[in-house]
Design a protein. Sequence first.
Length: 115
Amino acid sequence: VQLVESGGGLVQPGGSLRLSCAASGFTFSSYVMSWNRQAPGKERELVATITSDGGGTNYADSMKGRFTISRDNAKNTVYLQMNNLKPEDTAVYYCNVKWGPITYWGQGTQVTVSA
């Protein structure tokens, strides 16, 4: 299993970013995918999840209305569209998949929201 995130960077407050996570090594279209994040000095937290067919999504309360998770099963890729970014969104963002008893993580992509 391999998960490779991309799309992070430095953005001003109120700006937008779109993160991507390219997956390989498993049947992508059969699994729920998630985005999590970890800010400096804080525990990793769930951002959003999406069902295997993309028909269902779930968000942490602080991200509702600002973040959108989506997936393209033909491209084995899950996305996170982030709008109206705030300084408190600064974190390393990870995608993950739970495959049986094991959760696989990507290496993460840094998002920094600062003026």
